[in-house]
Design a protein around this ligand. Structure first.
Ligand SMILES: [Zn+2]
Length: 64
């Protein structure tokens, strides 16, 4: 996942690919020449994993 911040309106637009033309969804500014930032999902995954582990732990605890 990639994101670009528009130089004209500061709107953040997201895309699954960094290939091809990139137009701001808000003001239609051409963002193709702007460097894309990668959107990192690892933090969310780690949080979900931790929650699952906590749930697991409580189940084990409930069973005694
Ligand atoms: Zn814009």
């Amino acid at each position: 996942m990639y994101k670009k911040i528009c130089s004209r309106c500061s709107n953040i637009s997201y895309s699954s690919t960094n290939i091809g033309k990139w137009i701001c969804s808000s003001c239609l500014n051409d963002l193709t020449s702007i460097k894309a930032l990668t959107v990192d999902h690892t933090i969310n995954l780690a949080q979900i994993k931790r929650k699952l582990e906590l749930m697991k732990g409580s189940q084990v605890f409930g069973r005694g």
